[in-house]
Every structure is written in C-alpha cells, then in structure tokens.
Design a protein around this ligand. Structure first.
Ligand code: MEV
Length: 308
C-alpha cells in the first residue's frame, strides 16, 4: 500500500516578518505543489527528486517521521519519496509544503486520522529545525489552502474572494535567507523598539485592508498596499538592491503594486499586473532574465490518498 499527499506552496501577500512579532499577515496558497509518497519498507529511506537537496536538508523531514513514529508507536521503516514543483529558496514555502505533505501522507498510510491542526503541529517540528522560530504561517496555509489572515496564537481567518485573482510571482535569482533575515529584523527591532511597534501595528492594519481589497477584487487598492508594505520591509532590513530594483522594474512595467514575499534577502517578488497584461509582463521579465509565473488564487490545501 502506498499513501501520497500533495500540499500547495504559498506567497505572503502582506505582513511577513512582523507576523513573527505578533502582527496579522495575509497569505495565499499557490498552485505549485510538493508531493510525498510513503510506503512500508524494511528500512528508513528518504529521497528527493531535487539533486540540490543535500542529506542535511532532508534531516528535518526525518525528524517529522521520528516524532510521529514515537508518538504513535510505529517503526519508522518507511520509503519516502519527495517530488517538488516548487522552486527552492524562492520564499514560496517549499519546506513547509514538504513537511505538511509528509505528515499528511504518513497519517494516511498509518490510518492515524490526523486533523489539519495535528498535521500542522507535526510539520512544525521540521520547520523549527530549518528556520529556528517560525511564526507557523507557512505550514498553516500549506495545510489549509485558500487565503488566510494569520496571527500567531489566534484562530486563522479564511478570506473569501469574490472571484479568481492573479498574482505574478517573479524570482529574483537569489536564494532567500530566512534565519539570517529574521535575525536582522530582530536587530532593527532592538535598535528602534518604539518605531518597530508602530510598524508592526501598521502591518496588521495593512494586512486587514489588503484582505478587504482582495475580497472585493479592488486590485488598484491592493497594489498600493503591496508597494507600501515593501517600503516598510525594506526599512526593517528584509530587502536589498536586487529586490528593490525588481520592484521598481515591475512598477515601471505598469504593475499596480509589487513587493518582496517571504523572508527576503533574495527569493521572490509578487506583483499585480496591469489589467490583462499578465502574459506580456511575464514575457518582458523573461526577456530581462527573470523567471516568472502567474498564480491564480484561491487554491485548495493539502490532500492525501491511498493506492494499493
Ligand atoms: C517566511 O515565509 C515568513 C517570515 O515571516 C517568517 C515566519 O513567519 O516564520 C519571514
């Protein structure tokens, strides 16, 4: 018997970094997925289709398996194959999708009947090993899907959209650096504590407003909030010349708004293209050497199935 699970990746629309310090953030699941296949074997085997993923990078996934095996008293002699459509180091949550799909696939194989919350808790074991003290936003969206307003310690709120929306996802060509960037932002916070508190409050307000604009299909209003949020992220140290330059390029191509997404320092930029100009904007970006794709939202969360 083989169990499989697929989890979407994600893009943070507004509020990254501040979410680690208690603010609300807005996040969407994207259609690119990580798939995990699990079957019984005579010993533990973990493989990834990504040659770039080293044994050390697979260690957090192994910790998820060991924690589940300990909790539910089974031997971790499983053959696990990870297949990913999600670019690594792009700030799109490939590790969170992997951990969520892994926990869901094991739950399915072992008939554990885990609910979404438990899948999230097991996935967090791997995420903490990779990122130190993540807020949990990535695993929550990969498990739940759709669009979420998320705050640590609060019940996530699903944001309903009046129709489909399209985000442009543009890769900067540099890897994002989550741990380093979280530390850099913490330094900014200790240097300007009062100002940081005000910015975190404003990030919550920006995220709530962005959720309203997105639900209403107001892409002009949403775009302005994205660009504003990028400027603030830049101030707290999450951006760099390459990301700022990419945001400027996107605005000069007529986009309604653009910002870095995820930890920053590299990774991806999200943007809202001018009406009907998604494909031509992507072609122009490719001509300038940037990898870019269109992401339609909302998309569903993790799902799992069994095959004899
Ligand atoms: C990473 O996708 C988002 C950050 O806010 C970190 C976190 O929330 O764990 C930078």
């Amino acid at each position: 018997m083989r169990a499989s699970a697929e989890a979407p990746c994600k893009a943070i629309i507004t509020g990254e970094h501040f979410v680690v310090h208690g603010a609300w953030a807005l996040v969407a699941a994207l259609g690119k997925k990580v798939k995990v296949d699990v079957e019984q074997a005579d010993r533990f085997q973990l493989r990834s289709d990504r040659r770039s993923i080293s044994r050390a990078a697979l260690a957090p996934a192994e910790s998820v398996v060991e924690t589940m095996a300990h909790e539910f008293s089974f031997k971790p002699n499983l053959r696990i194959q990870i297949s990913s459509e999600v670019p690594d180091g792009a700030g799109l949550g490939s590790s969170a999708s992997t951990m969520v799909a892994l926990a869901a696939a094991i739950s399915r194989l072992k008939s554990l009947g885990l609910g979404r919350r438990e899948v999230i808790d097991f996935a967090m074991v791997g995420e903490k090993e990779i990122h130190g003290h993540p807020s949990g936003i990535d695993v929550n969206i990969c498990a739940t899907g759709g669009v979420l307003l998320f705050k640590m310690g609060a019940r996530p709120k699903q944001v309903r959209l009046s129709g489909q929306a399209t985000l442009l996802i543009v890769q900067s060509g540099r890897k994002r650096q989550t741990r380093k960037l979280i530390d850099r932002v913490a330094t900014t916070k200790s240097r300007y504590p009062g100002l940081f508190e005000g910015l975190a409050e404003s990030a919550s307000e920006v995220s709530r407003m962005a959720a309203d604009r997105l639900s209403a299909g107001d892409t002009e209003g949403l775009g302005r909030l994205l660009t504003f949020n990028h400027a603030v992220l830049s101030f707290i140290g999450a951006s760099n010349e390459r990301l700022d330059g990419l945001v400027d390029t996107l605005l000069s191509l007529g986009c309604k708004g653009a910002k870095l997404t995820g930890a920053g320092g590299g990774g991806s930029v999200i943007a809202l293209a001018a009406e009907g100009k998604e494909k031509s904007t992507i072609s122009e970006l490719k001509r300038r050497g940037f990898d870019a794709f269109e992401a339609k939202i909302p998309v569903g969360g993790v799902r799992s199935w069994l095959r004899p």
